[in-house]
Write a protein that binds this ligand. Sequence first.
Ligand code: HSE
Length: 428
Amino acid sequence: MDKKHINVGLIGYGTVGKGVVRILEENKKIILRKVGKSIRVKSICDLNPIDRPSLYVKNFRDIIKDPEIDLVIELIGGYEPARSIILEALQAGKNVVTANKAVLAKYWDQIFTTAQNCQKSIYYEASVGGVIPVVQGLSEGLASEEILEIKGILNGTTNFILSEMTKNGASYEDALKSAQKAGFAESNPTFDVDGIDTANKLAILASLAWGGWIKVKNIAVKGIAGLNIEDVLIAQDFGYDIKLIGSAQKTKDGLDLSVQPCLVKHDHAFATVENEYNAVMITGKDSGDVLFYGKGAGQGPAASAVVSDIINLSEFIVTNTAGIVPDVIYDMKKKIKILPAGRSKAPYYLRLSVVDKPGVLSKISGILGKYKVSIASLAQPDVSNDDYVRIIIITHDTHRENLEKALKQIDATKSIIKSKTVKLKIEL
Ligand code: HSE
């Protein structure tokens, strides 16, 4: 490549886009040393005019069709037009960097097949875990490994909310507002709190780890939206924190995939992960546990990961080798067996609200026993009011479907139950 600069076209000039332009400008010397050429933002496309009028273009196709542009950065998020931008850019012979986990998880096959056919590269480190180099860690650092398990706190917004509730007794609503103000949340924060964002990121990591396409619809997803502060506080008393965990585990009957709020012991590695920080534990057959940790959301961390992708990809652009070897070896024919959600096995925390009268406990334990749910410990923390009491049960490992059947029957026993039983997985 004989041009003086690598020319970049940026589509989406929001929180992360502005951070990318800033870091590219501030770190010019570092970039020149690493790439051997400077990286220049040639055009920026956004819905609204921007503070750099000389770079502004209204239509994203003006960037895609510009023969001088080497690299298209997609930072608008969402499904469309993000999908079209990525596909059209690859087809036009551009390499692509994106932070868009939603579009990658949903169109994984189409995007990587197009990249492979066009012999162009798409880098997406910022799509999972913010600044944490987990995509690179998994695809390069752990390239030799048979991956057995991936577990992670993958959403900064929900982790921030849970930390605020636990440490400062903040209400769910106030904590969410602070997370939005800090620029951690998605434009539609239900993606964060309902666990969809975590599921998108888990689908990306699992697809990378097991070489197929793990679809979000194969993941059993539960967010933190309905989480009661009462359970956060009781969990604390019992020595646990509550974290939203995405988990993919290889079992002999298929991949066990879930996103759900889980109890973790205070001394668990995930318990110390607070605020917008993320952590991912990857277990390989020979490597054992490998822990990745860092800021998972926010302008600086996300923009830093995007710029790292731009630099890493530019090193290949300079030598005209970007995309010659596909970034994701995607085998469309590979079928990955998924474990039905009900067959998943784990210990659980249960909070029952029951009337305080003789025979209630034996009724509950009888139903649990009937469905092979074994009790590890049981407590009646205090009398919450005259009408009912709380019973906290920690179970041994149990199949989710058995537990759900037992709780359905327990909750239907209106003579003893005051409100729906809460169940939360315990992550060991
Ligand atoms: N909304 C996301 C989060 C942003 O809170 O983690 C980073 O992907």
